[in-house]
Design a protein around this ligand. Structure first.
Ligand code: FES
Length: 84
């Protein structure tokens, strides 16, 4: 199973930059979409710690809170590096 990054687009996370985080993440992914998927998602119920991003792998889901564009770029680089 390909890993997946879900970027929350609920009202709270979006108002804190969720849209930009998704766009920067998609740019960082570039032509590696066969290795990792990035998608938007609805509220994860963790609004107070947003913007939130979930990382889904075969065996677990990890929530990364207080996200920003720099952090998502680093997260994607880390995942892509690990799947080489
Ligand atoms: S809006 Fe993102 S967790 Fe609720």
């Amino acid at each position: 199973m390909k890993s997946k990054i879900l970027v929350c687009q609920g009202i709270s996370c979006k108002s804190r930059g969720g849209d930009n985080i998704f766009n920067e993440g998609e740019n960082a992914l570039g032509d590696s979409k066969d290795k990792l998927e990035i998608t938007r998602c609805n509220c994860m119920g963790n609004c107070g710690n947003g913007p939130n991003v979930a990382e889904e792998t075969r065996d677990k889901t990890t929530i990364h809170d207080f996200m920003n564009t720099e952090k998502i770029i680093n997260l994607i680089k880390k995942i892509l590096h690990a799947t080489k």
